[in-house]
Design a protein around this ligand. Structure first.
Ligand code: SAH
Length: 342
């Protein structure tokens, strides 16, 4: 429940007005995992809450810490037996958590491990909040950035994602700045336009991955539904309405989208748009035979964009020793479970 929903519900229960603030603080600032811990509530009322309410708590199934860079990868169990993964990355500018928005995914991007088993279900806002809360507790340090770039397509779970964003940025909760939240989408055009109207200051990242429709369609089935023109127009609308500059993600796959022709086409496509390109050497998954571009190719690609006035960075690879890429840990867990059953 949002603060307003909680306040209305407590009022109906005949509770005093200050109760909402107390409970909201326990849940979203102190991040307790049971009603019993809410020690400033009357004992009888705590018992009543236990009977009436369900507190969503994630169970930590696994945690891997990278020996290379301290990246932490978590596998969390949901009440219905589904599992999801989340990642903590430590940067100089703060702690960033990458959360999942769905268990599985139905977008079908060819290089992505999250989508191989399809969509299990949407995550609730509480399950998204809990990923951040459990990680902050485990780390013992404040989380300052959230990227919705884990498994799932956030705009395919629009309402819960928006509820999550409003709650994680609520000053009565974790109070993360909207500017420190990034939503990454494969490019759902109607939802991008809808997001532009929400009055938010979050960053929108588009998974572009190719400078022409044909190549993009090979990598991402969604590109058959929305052309590059349509999706880039929607991104432009987002920029115009919010003043927030777009981020374009471009995973470099050897021999597929990484030659100089493609760099040229990308410059033509993005030249006057004022966004930022994030180059990501594709993370190979064993189910597909996509190969990472060589570091020489990646650098050449970057230099070409830069020389032609495109704002570009190469994303530093983190946590590779612990299955850092989208959906790999969850997938290896599911495989293990299947084998056990057999
Ligand atoms: N569904 C959203 C967010 C999740 S994926 C989206 O498509 O943007 C987050 C980013 O990681 C996307 O840009 C996605 O294309 C990219 N990605 C997924 N698997 C990858 C892999 N194996 N190597 C490199 N990037 C990958």
């Amino acid at each position: 429940m949002t603060f307003e929903e909680l306040a209305a519900w407590l009022k109906d229960m005949g509770q005093p007005a200050f109760r909402a603030g107390q409970i909201y603080q326990w849940l979203h600032e102190k991040q307790v995992s049971s009603f019993r811990e809410m020690t400033n509530l009357p004992a009888g009322f705590r018992r009543q809450l236990e009977e009436l309410c369900e507190l969503v708590v994630l169970r930590q199934e696994d945690r891997k810490i990278s020996a290379v860079d301290g990246t932490r990868k978590y596998l969390f169990g949901l009440v219905d037996g589904n599992v999801i993964e989340s990642v903590l990355m430590k940067y100089r500018h703060g702690n960033s958590v990458c959360i999942s928005s769905q268990a599985g995914c139905r977008m079908g991007c060819r290089f992505c491990a999250s989508t191989i088993d399809g969509l299990a279900r949407n995550l609730r806002a509480s399950e998204m909040l809990e990923q951040v809360y459990r990680i902050q507790k485990d780390l013992g340090e404040r989380v300052s950035n959230v990227v919705i770039m884990g498994s799932g397509e956030p705009l395919d779970n629009y309402d819960n994602t928006l509820r999550f964003i409003r709650m994680i940025t609520d000053e009565r909760g974790l109070n993360i700045s909207q500017r420190n939240i990034t939503v990454s989408t494969c490019g759902l055009v109607p939802e991008i336009k809808r997001l532009a109207e929400e009055g938010l200051q979050i960053t929108l990242a588009l998974s572009l991955h190719a400078p022409d429709d044909r190549t993009r369609q090979e990598l991402m089935p969604i590109a058959k539904k929305y052309s590059l023109n349509e999706v880039l127009d929607a991104c432009h609308t987002y920029f115009e309405k919010t003043g927030r500059r777009m981020t374009y993600e471009y995973s470099l796959v050897k021999g597929v989208n990484d030659n100089q022709e493609e760099a040229k086409a990308l410059v033509r496509l993005l030249k006057d748009r004022g966004g930022h390109v994030n180059l990501i050497p594709v993370n190979p998954i064993k189910e597909r035979d996509f190969v990472q571009s060589s570091s020489k190719t990646v650098t050449a690609f970057k230099n070409y964009l830069e020389k032609n006035g495109i704002n570009v960075t190469i994303r530093r690879e983190m946590g590779r020793d612990i299955h850092g890429a989208c959906g790999q840990l969850r997938r290896s867990y599911l495989r293990k479970m299947e084998e056990k059953e057999r």
